[in-house]
Design a protein around this ligand. Sequence first.
Ligand SMILES: [Zn+2]
Length: 271
Amino acid sequence: MSIAGGIAKAAENVVSMEANTMQIFSRNPRGSGYKTYSRKEMDAFQEIRSSHRFGPLLAHAPYTMNLASEKEEVYTFACMVIREDIARMDDLGIEMLVFHPGSHTGIGVKKGIENIIAGLDQAITGQEQITVLLETMSGKGTEIGASFEELKAIRDGVKHPERIGICLDTCHVFAAGYDIVHDLDGVLAEFDRVLGLKLLRAIHFNDSMMPFASRKDRHATIGDGMIGCKALMEVIQHPALKELPFYLETPLDDAGHKQEIERIRKEIGES
Ligand SMILES: [Zn+2]
């Protein structure tokens, strides 16, 4: 969600749409600027989040950040952003920061992964409380992270793997060719075999406008895409997943999200 109106206002919105956690952008998602918050605003934010018992909060790094890149200015920028944002979000007491691993843009997966590892190593001190999440990607273009194996290679390579977890995006994994519609148990077993389910810390809960294994990344509102309501309700109620925080990234405004959350709660018998 956007925090243009401030982080306390965003938390108030969460309460009014009867959600119980939130994802914020760690800075302008398509640029580089960020806001600093006054003590007063931070206190108000912390007050809302604790009195309403929010689940773990997730910050999303900007889309403009490509830690896999070989281009010097792109890479230097990405290293700066991930370093600053891990520290800034950790200071705010945000539990997790998620980022798109990056696109190798022609240098190959292996080199791309080496760049990501070096970028994480200059950013993570090992003293943080925050967990840095690698996101499962659709595999569009030269995107890294469309397979569980690539995410494992990144985590295994860093100096502080204990600070790294995974965020599974339902739209992305479906588009990448993991069949959560017909074989959710099989996909989760595969995740467990390659990465270990205990590394799974968050779900980006989205339907997909694009078909299975299309390697295209277009989010749809829940039930209006190619994954469909039935399969998504099985995801949200799966015994291995239901305790995790779920974050909607569907193309709706706040009022639309309020209705979407209401519909989901109804579907799973929570209201
Ligand atoms: Zn994302």
